[in-house]
Write a protein of this length. Structure first.
Length: 695
């Protein structure tokens, strides 16, 4: 009979005199741990785990210590019709492994079935897979110092999404051996670059151990981004030059020293084992029906809410525990400041796959460490009811695709009302306010790793656009196109100028809006992917950040972005952490005077009325922002029309009007000796102007 031992946890743990191995499986009949020589990779011993506490199989093997290589073999039922796929011929990676050694190779022996057999994945393969898969490593690691975290408030956060290797791979300021390595991020050249931009947090694309899909490997490509995890707790290894948590902790410490937080993009929605035709590498062979969502009508098949072949069963207690323990592992041993959850709706799904479960979310939100970190959801997946923007709890942030789509559409000239734009730049209160969440719940972005870079977005087919219509995000993207920046580089000066203005206007809208802005690495100096909108498999110049744009005044926007971040900090009313109603009053303090917060104005200076909000011909949005605690007013003009706008300024109340931003000007900012503005202000087509009434 299985004995109870509530203090046990899964994984390989150092204990006095040896190592305790523990593995969860409800369906196993016997579990073996295989030991390997760290030098030659040969199996040296095989031990049956003799104890079982509930569904946790465990044992202590004396005489072992850090550096020991191991893997599991699980004996149990192999009945694919029932979703049971145990195969002891397959060496399995410990879900709790914190380091892997050895290389992964695509070979027929790593599949639990005989490929090419007439029964397909219902057949059984008896070949040993050990020569072709990595081994787990027993490690001893130090915990990071939690007091070193900068702990910046959400409203003071500016996120920079980047690939740990791709940012520096061809950076000319770095010596050759440093390029593409994790240590490059600590070089003064990159640290200064991030600080000069005003970045407060870097969001790293996945650093979990991941492998490339078989079709990519056959084509000589790789899963460059890393969204195909094999071991949820283990660092990426050779793919990123991160073998242990200590390797990443050193990078995190260096960024913390200059006040920059580190967020990890993590994948807990699927694994690299893929669908029923995929390999048996870990969870599938340990306890397939517990770890994965299976089709209840055909348990041999998987529910594919990730688009990658399978979906983790996040509502199952053992899977939820694995995810929470993984998050704690990354937080405790590397010191990171938070996480961004890829296809985050998977976290909301219960054990049956419905997106209304609270088991895992409750475990995260009540964890004393995780609940204090920055948590960001990509609030959708591909399953039923998979779009859940606004449904995440408390202090979570959410990627706001409605902000992205609205802002892109406005500057592209898409037919829409300015009402939606006003809602987005005011914090998307229609999404978050009703759930008692602040505007900082909205992670605002116009570009991300998914999709075009900023330059490719505005220049896609540039020579075929007029100066007034350079941005066309509605055009159907094609991966095989190789235009974008290449065409823009040979465009006429009027088009090049329009592309620059379009990029500035998009960035100004992003950074000055209420919510948390997120930048894509390389957009600050015109990085291009040649029109490729999905460079996940491009570990080559297409996917690497190209720094050459720094030397081109038509591409370099580093100073402009730094200036925008400076304005955001200088004028905190722009990024206030409250919403306003349609009269400009704070929703959480309606007794305050209407002039506190925002006033939306028409081109003639009068307050916007219902008809104005829904006028499809209206391509201008004018926002007056005031704050009783500061003797100033701010006018924010977003003009998406095809012709210039002449707008009569209201009388200054606190001194004189000063233009502090103009995306159509030479630098985007006025000259130091610029004169105050009075009377009418000219706003160029497709531009953003910011004015301040101050003493």
């Amino acid at each position: 009979m299985a004995e109870r031992h509530p203090m046990l946890s899964a994984g390989a743990s150092l204990v006095e005199g040896g190592v305790r191995f523990a593995l969860f499986s409800e369906i196993a009949e016997r579990v073996e741990v295989c030991l390997f020589d760290p030098v030659n990779g040969q199996e040296t011993a095989r031990h049956t785990l003799r104890q079982r506490s509930g569904d946790l199989w465990h044992d202590v093997l004396p005489g072992l210590g850090p550096g020991q290589h191991y893997g599991y073999r699980v004996h149990g039922p192999y009945e694919p019709d029932l979703g049971l796929r145990c195969n002891p011929a397959k060496l399995l990676i410990d879900p709790y492994a914190r380091q892997l050694a050895g290389e992964f190779h695509w070979h027929d022996a790593i599949f639990g079935y005989q490929r090419g057999h007439r029964l397909g994945h219902y057949s059984f393969d008896r070949r040993d897979s050990a020569p072709w898969v990595p081994r787990c490593v027993v490690i001893e690691d130090r915990r990071a110092d939690p007091d070193r975290r900068p702990r910046r408030a959400w409203r003071d956060t500016v996120i920079y999404e980047m690939h740990l290797a791709g940012l520096s791979r061809v950076c000319p300021d770095l010596p050759g051996p440093l390029r593409g390595s994790p240590s490059a991020l600590l070089d003064p050249a990159l640290l200064d670059h991030l600080q000069d931009l005003g970045v407060t947090a870097v969001e790293l694309l996945p650093v979990q151990y991941a492998i490339s899909e078989l079709p990519l490997s056959r084509r000589g490509l790789s899963n460059y981004w890393g969204y195909n995890p094999l071991a949820l707790m283990a660092p990426a290894g050779p793919r990123l030059g991160l073998d242990t948590a200590s390797d990443l902790a050193r990078i995190v410490d260096g960024l913390h020293e200059v006040g920059i937080e580190v967020l990890l993009d993590v994948v807990f929605n699927h694994t690299a084992e893929g669908d029923e035709t995929g390999p048996t590498l870990s969870l599938r062979g340990i306890d397939n029906p517990s770890y994965y969502l299976l089709d209840p009508e055909q348990p041999a098949r998987y529910r594919n809410y990730s688009g990658c072949g399978n979906s983790l069963r996040c509502g199952h207690p053992a899977v939820a525990r694995l995810i929470v323990d993984s998050l704690r592992c990354w937080a405790e041993f590397t010191g990171v400041d938070g996480f961004r959850f890829d296809l985050g709706v998977s976290l909301l799904r219960d054990a049956g796959g419905r997106p209304d479960g609270q088991y895992l979310m409750g475990a995260i939100m009540t964890d004393p460490l995780l609940s204090q970190l920055k948590l960001i959801a990509e609030p959708w997946d591909l399953g039923p009811d998979g779009y859940r923007l606004g449904d995440f709890p408390g202090h979570w942030g959410e990627w706001n695709d409605r902000f992205r789509n609205t802002v892109r559409g406005f500057w592209a000239g898409s037919p829409a009302t300015v009402a939606d734009l006003a809602t987005r730049i005011a914090g998307s209160g229609d999404v978050f306010a009703g759930r008692r969440r602040l505007p900082t719940a909205s992670i605002n972005f116009v570009t991300s790793h998914d999709g075009f870079t900023l330059l490719d977005l505005v220049s896609h087919g540039a020579p075929r656009k007029t100066a007034e219509n350079a941005l066309d995000p509605e055009e159907e993207p094609r991966q095989d196109r190789d235009d974008g920046a290449l065409e823009a580089a040979h465009a006429e000066p009027v088009v090049i100028g329009c592309l620059l203005r379009a990029r500035r206007s998009l960035l100004a809208t992003l950074i000055l809006a209420r919510g948390v802005p997120m930048l894509l690495a390389g957009d600050e100096f015109g990085n291009s992917q040649g029109g490729n909108h999905n460079a996940y498999c491009q570990d080559n110049p297409v996917g690497w950040v190209d720094w050459q744009g720094r030397d081109d005044p038509d591409l370099d926007l580093r100073g402009f972005i730094a200036g925008l971040v400076g304005l955001r900090r200088e004028l905190p009313e722009l990024s206030a952490d409250h919403y306003v109603d349609d009269q400009g009053r704070r929703r959480d303090a309606p007794a305050l005077a209407p002039e506190y917060g925002l006033r939306w104005l028409r081109g003639d200076g009068e307050r916007m009325g219902p008809g104005d909000w829904h006028d499809l011909e209206n391509r201008s949005l004018i926002c007056e922002i005031s704050n009783p605690s500061h003797p100033r007013r701010v006018l924010w003009i977003l003009h998406g029309g095809d012709a210039a706008l002449s707008w009569q300024l209201p009388e200054a109340e606190f001194g004189t009007w000063h233009r502090v931003l103009d995306t159509a000007s030479a630098s985007g900012f006025p000259a130091p000796n610029a004169q105050p503005v009075a009377g009418a202000v000219e706003v160029a087509a497709g531009s953003v102007v910011l004015l301040v009434d101050r003493p």
